[in-house]
Design a protein around this ligand. Structure first.
Ligand code: FMN
Ligand code: SF4
Ligand code: SF4
Length: 484
């Protein structure tokens, strides 16, 4: 990320940004800072850049030409200009949109940003109209100039630039992620001024510590910022994933959306049978793998037990690099008719269970970046919905396709190796394996390969060589993630 700051006081910016964590990021070249002194572009020998306001009144106004020239000096060698685009130029003003965490995350997706810091009574309106793309305020108060506000924004944005925070720091600084304030922190000594550190933190039970922290965050937000709590939106990830590829992709997406995801594993038959209700103030992520270009066909259906109440939902159809065809459209149909509003959809590529080549290593680093962009987009859509309501997203495909006949893969059961542990029987998502004989019912089996994966004795093998050959000769070129 390259930050450029147009200012009358470059030192103010440099001293702040080149200190502490942002200073380290500049040294490590994770971010760069260029300050441009607007005074250097004055067109008079006194180096004046301000003048009296037309129409009278108190104070001075910065003239358009020096500001414009300072801007042009950055723009002429900007990455955006090289691509024939206008660089993003932020003018810091109390008249702007109030800066928040989602905006910081959004700005961090840019490769370069120009900040324009005003002084005196402001800047001539005509130059603002020509160069400014974003008017931003850091709060409802007036500063003597835009420099401190620019530093605040640079700090908050830099935190989202990959590599700026180390792992320890990223997990420390997550206040605001879910519109919740951070839980209280404690360090040694265990007793200080007769005050004892909460016992739960001393016992090393990670799950209990997590739920205590969430509870404390909620309590604190309720007490100190009830306005924020009203915007908190619990995220549930409901997924079907026999061999865990979809689950891993869904977890990656959830990480970008919340610190406290809840999971609903619909691979388990009993959870597909329970009706689950969601409120308007929640978010559902529905994730499924693609089977033959469609949703896996299950007797009781998939996602059919979920009930929304105008609840926003994000769809994920994870597939093995062939195509997702009708899957997103089917998911949208099922969830919309059950009270959800589909506000986004994504089709990531995951390893194909029938081929070691297709989807190998996906999601990769590049995919993670796409997930990041997509989760910021979803957060933006959720924030915008506060004024306009949720907007339903369009997805390609046929919402009610005819079931597709898929050639079953050949299955082998090596009875001599079987220890009768029953793991395959219990884990089969469709109850296709007989408890007594351990035989697979061909009518019920959906060839998901879960039983092969869960059998520790290697007593189950599938021969997918025919389908593998076909897939590898036709669909080997890595596809890119699509999102809507
Ligand atoms: C029966 C079956 C059909 C599949 N059909 C497709 C397909 O049409 N397109 C595709 O790209 N991947 C297809 N795949 C691959 C899966 O989408 C995915 O890669 C993985 O096998 C399943 O995800 P999971 O690990 O969450 O169980 C299929 C997999 C199975 C088991
Ligand atoms: S029997 Fe069929 S449906 Fe059941 S786990 Fe094995 S492959 Fe999947
Ligand atoms: S998981 Fe393997 S060992 Fe266990 S019952 Fe099934 S086939 Fe036998």
């Amino acid at each position: 990320m390259n930050f450029h700051v147009l200012t009358l006081f470059p030192q103010m910016i440099e001293q702040t940004v080149n200190t502490s964590i942002t200073g380290r990021a500049v040294k490590n070249e994770k971010i760069s800072l260029q300050t441009v002194n607007i005074r250097d572009f004055a067109d008079n020998k006194h180096m004046r850049v301000d003048d009296y306001p037309y129409g009278g009144g108190a104070g001075m106004v910065m003239q358009p030409e020096p500001v414009y020239r300072a801007y042009e000096s950055v723009k002429s060698h900007s990455l955006a200009a090289a691509q024939g685009k206008r660089p993003r130029c932020i003018y810091l003003t109390p008249q702007g949109k109030v800066f928040n965490q989602t905006m910081a995350e959004e700005f961090a997706l840019e490769e370069e940003l120009i900040f324009l810091c005003g002084h005196y009574e402001g800047i001539d309106e005509r130059v603002l109209e020509e160069i400014v793309t974003d008017y931003v305020s850091i709060g409802d108060y007036v500063l003597t100039g835009g420099e401190l506000a620019a530093c605040v924004m640079i700090d908050a944005i830099s935190r989202f630039v990959p590599g700026v925070l180390n792992n320890e720091e990223s997990s420390q600084f997550e206040s605001m992620q879910d519109n919740l304030l951070e839980y209280p922190h404690y360090t040694r000594p265990e007793i200080w001024h007769e005050k004892q550190v909460p016992q739960v933190l001393l016992k090393g039970d990670h799950d209990k510590i997590q739920s205590w922290r969430l509870e404390q965050s909620m309590k604190r937000t309720r007490e100190r910022r009830p306005d924020l709590l009203a915007q908190n939106r619990p995220v549930t990830v409901a997924y079907f994933s026999p061999t865990e590829g979809t689950r891993k992709a869904a977890e990656l997406l959830a990480m970008g959306l919340t610190q406290n995801p809840r999971y609903l594993d619909l691979t388990r038959r009993k959870f597909r049978k329970q009706i689950r209700r969601f409120q308007e103030q929640e978010l559902l992520v529905a994730a499924a793998p693609v089977y033959g270009g469609q949703l896996p066909r299950l007797e009781e259906g998939l996602f059919t037990n979920l009930r929304g109440n105008h609840t926003p939902c994000v769809l994920m159809a994870a597939y093995g690099n062939r195509h997702y065809d009708d899957t997103l459209a089917q998911m949208k149909e099922i969830l919309t008719s059950r009270g959800f509003v589909c506000i986004g959809a994504i089709a990531p590529i995951i390893p194909h269970i029938y081929s070691e080549k297709l989807g190998a290593g996906r999601p990769n680093e590049q995919d993670r970046e796409v997930f990041r962009r997509f989760s910021v987009l979803i957060k933006r859509r959720i924030q915008d919905a506060e004024d306009k309501g949720f907007v339903e997203v369009s997805v390609p495909g046929n919402p009610k396709p005819e079931p597709k006949a898929m050639k079953p893969v050949e299955k082998h059961f090596i009875r001599e190796s079987c220890t009768n542990c029953q793991a395959c029987v219990q884990k089969c998502p469709v109850n296709a394996i007989s408890r007594e004989t351990l035989e697979i019912s061909p009518e019920k089996c959906m060839s998901c390969m879960r039983c092969v994966k869960v059998c520790k004795a290697n007593a189950r093998e599938f021969d997918a060589s025919q389908v593998r050959q076909y897939l590898e000769s036709n669909y080997s070129v890595p596809r890119e993630i699509e999102y809507f």
